[in-house]
Write a protein that binds this ligand. Structure first.
Ligand SMILES: [Zn+2]
Ligand SMILES: [Zn+2]
Length: 341
């Protein structure tokens, strides 16, 4: 029987089409096996090619005498320009803001072949530490309203360069998707007197059927009203509205959970293209009681078609409970490097 489910955060409905249901493993990417080399002569992100990118913003380690492990640079093809001002104009009904903002690239590793699922937990923690530093720096600019951290892995997910990297875009407005969640979160706080994300996470941890990984500080779980197969959210168990509030101990714990989740997807679903996003409150939301940040991981296993584009309502052919059970069972020893430091 098909079923309609409502997203608790957005109140959007999705169709879970169980009569068209596919086993999770049927969606696995049949990617032809080929070895990615650790260094590519023509890649601008590989070590030794630093002069092919715009001047570095920051790096880890800071000491230039040591080789870099994580590097931050401006995006050469930036969507927004940091040398403009967010000047607004309104002409009849046409509202505009000059294209001010920041668009940065974080090179995840000097190794061209090391996608995040294959990195060590320690390297993922270094990347998350750099995320936090850049996040807080960009949020401190009073012209910035929101900062989005994301990764496009694979060409179907929008990646144009194969070398593993993440991106940050800081905008002078709050994106409407975030604003919508903020409104629902505020309404929930007003009605119930607690954070709607904490409320939902508590129920899911107790129920367990959609939980993939639970650590001391984080939980990774399939979304109850998931719009697409294997959409997985990672929530901090402690209430925090802004990613900028994460502590070093939480960064280490999140690195383990996120890397392990990505390795399960890599091994279980055959290294699919995917996006992940750090969904945090607006730039000035430190300490807010009604919003809660999380990481959203979306494997790109199916294509958006006419019904989705025309209605905004998605049809998901994999039960979230079946996806969670499948991912829980995936052993990640096959992910090379997963056991390393
Ligand atoms: Zn490279
Ligand atoms: Zn909360």
């Amino acid at each position: 029987m098909p079923e309609l489910r409502q997203n608790f955060f957005t109140k959007e409905w999705v169709i879970i089409a169980t009569e068209r249901a596919r086993r999770p493993e049927d969606l696995a990417t049949r990617r032809p096996a080929h070895q990615t080399p650790p260094f590519v002569e023509t890649c601008p992100f590989c070590p030794g090619h630093e002069n092919q990118t715009p001047p570095e913003i920051s790096r880890h380690p800071v000491n230039h005498a040591e080789p870099w492990e994580v590097r931050v640079i401006p995006n050469k093809f930036a969507a927004l320009a940091s040398d403009l001002q967010p000047t607004r104009s309104l002409q009849h009904l046409r509202r505009r803001i000059e294209g001010f903002g920041f668009h940065e690239v974080i090179v995840d590793s000097p190794d061209h072949s090391a996608c995040m699922a294959l990195l060590s937990d320690a390297q993922v923690a270094r990347i998350l530490t750099v995320f936090k530093d850049r996040y807080n720096t960009l949020c401190a600019d009073h012209r910035i309203s929101h900062v989005t951290i994301f990764k496009n892995h694979g060409s179907d997910a929008g990646a144009s360069l194969q070398h593993p990297h993440s991106q940050i875009i800081a905008t002078p407005v709050i994106p409407s998707q975030v604003r919508h969640r903020l409104h629902e979160a505020l309404r929930h706080y007003d009605e119930v007197g607690e954070c709607m994300f904490c409320h939902m996470v508590e129920g899911e941890v107790e129920d367990q059927t959609r939980v993939v990984i639970k650590s001391e500080m984080f939980v990774a779980m399939e979304v109850f009203a998931s719009a697409t197969p294997f959409a997985t959210h990672v929530f901090p168990l402690r209430h925090m509205s802004s990613f900028g509030e994460i502590t070093p101990a939480e960064i280490s714990d999140l690195a383990r959970v996120l890397r392990s989740l990505l390795a399960k997807i890599y091994v279980g679903l055959g290294n699919p293209d995917l996006n992940f996003t750090v969904r945090s409150g607006p730039a000035d939301y430190m300490g807010a009681r009604h919003f809660h940040w999380y990481v959203s991981v979306i494997p790109r296993l199916t294509r958006v078609a006419g019904f989705e584009l025309g209605s905004g309502m998605f049809i998901n052919t994999v039960l979230p409970e079946a996806a969670a059970e499948f991912l829980r069972k995936v052993a990640t020893e096959k992910a090379a490097g997963a056991a390393a430091g």
